[in-house]
Design a protein around this ligand. Structure first.
Ligand SMILES: Nc1ncnc2c1ncn2[C@@H]1O[C@H](COP(=O)(O)OP(=O)(O)OP(=O)(O)O)[C@@H](O)[C@H]1O
Length: 308
């Protein structure tokens, strides 16, 4: 009988306090192998703390954490060759040349990827002999990503991997993540780019103030609902428009001149809105019907106020 395959990460009722404040306040989640799990949340929500507990860099105050079925602190030696970590910054000596560094990291693993091919994939071949500290911020980040994946990890933690990257590097990173997933690795991704999370992940977990506030596939979270948006002169009489729409519809103007109609968006509703606008001499611009985005859902759940 083959032994059971453990999930990539399993957290149960995880708590981590800094002084009286709980940075992580009872997070439970299960991230599968061969899947990308995005951890989303406003600044200070507890994402990095959660990931660092999984990486074995911090111990929780309570709750359990299993990484590939193992304890990240007690079983650190066994996990090290199986888990890749891309931190938000640092981790590479400033004088290390990009190519040498990646070959050195690769040498720690039994079946690494070809470092030269990986450099090429991430557009770093021309910088292979450049010391780390002379690389641009985006190039440094790409090298950290390469170092995190060169050992063919079963699980990889990517902390904001595309923050500050140019569009080309962002796409190369997305392809790399898709490749890891296809190769059966579990990927835990923290990001503030909702479009990135929507595009890459199988599962999204939204945390706020140390707690999970929503989880599901991007499609489950955004739902099947559509909404209608248009621009027009500010101050339209929305109460009057609303009276013409099916019961249960909602209409708002925010910011001035930008209108959003929510409800059962069917052809009749579109016809009613355009007819109402025509009868009021209103020319709409950028009229479009769209699904809610993950960013809409994220802002609804976590609010629009800036986090201290
Ligand atoms: N070593 C520490 N000592 C005290 N407080 C800490 C420490 N590390 C993190 N915190 C606090 O814990 C909370 C969660 O921080 P964390 O870095 O996990 O958030 P995050 O979701 O990763 O945020 P960001 O999106 O800004 O990276 C924050 O309020 C932070 O100030």
């Amino acid at each position: 009988m083959t032994p059971p395959r453990h999930a990539a990460v399993e957290l149960d009722a995880l708590v981590k306090r800094y002084g009286p404040r709980a940075a992580v306040d009872g997070i439970s989640l299960r991230a599968e192998r061969g899947a990308v799990t995005a951890l989303l949340g406003p600044n200070g929500a507890g994402k990095t703390t959660t990931v660092e507990i999984c990486e074995g860099y911090r111990r929780p105050d309570s709750g359990t954490v299993r990484v590939l079925g193992l304890d990240p602190v007690r079983d650190a030696r066994e996990l090290r060759p199986r888990v890749g970590v891309m931190p938000q910054s640092g981790g590479v000596p400033g004088t290390a040349r990009a190519g040498e560094f990646l070959r050195l990291v690769a040498a720690f693993y039994a079946h690494p990827l070809d470092p030269a091919a990986l450099l090429e994939r991430l557009g770093l071949t021309a910088h292979a002999r450049t010391p780390y500290r002379r690389l641009s911020g985006g190039q440094q980040q790409r090298l950290s990503l390469a170092a995190a994946v060169v050992g063919r990890p079963e699980l990889v933690f990517l902390d904001e991997p595309t923050a500050g990257l140019d569009p080309q590097a962002r796409h190369a990173t997305w392809e790399l993540v898709a490749g890891l997933r296809a190769a059966g690795a579990g990927v835990i991704l923290t990001t503030h780019h909702m479009e990135e999370a929507e595009r890459l992940s199988d599962q999204v977990v939204i945390v706020d103030q140390g707690r999970v506030v929503a989880r599901g596939t991007p499609a489950e979270l955004t739902g099947a609902e559509r909404q209608l948006r248009f621009r027009a002169r500010p101050g339209l009489g929305l109460d009057e428009l609303l009276a013409a729409l099916p019961v249960g519809s909602a209409a708002k103007e925010s910011p001035a001149g930008h209108y959003l109609i929510e409800g059962d968006v069917q052809p009749e509703l579109l016809a009613t809105v355009t007819a109402w606008c025509a009868s009021h001499g209103v020319l709409t611009e950028d009229l479009r019907i769209e699904r809610r985005t993950l960013e809409d859902v994220f802002l609804e759940l976590t609010g629009r106020e800036l986090r201290p």
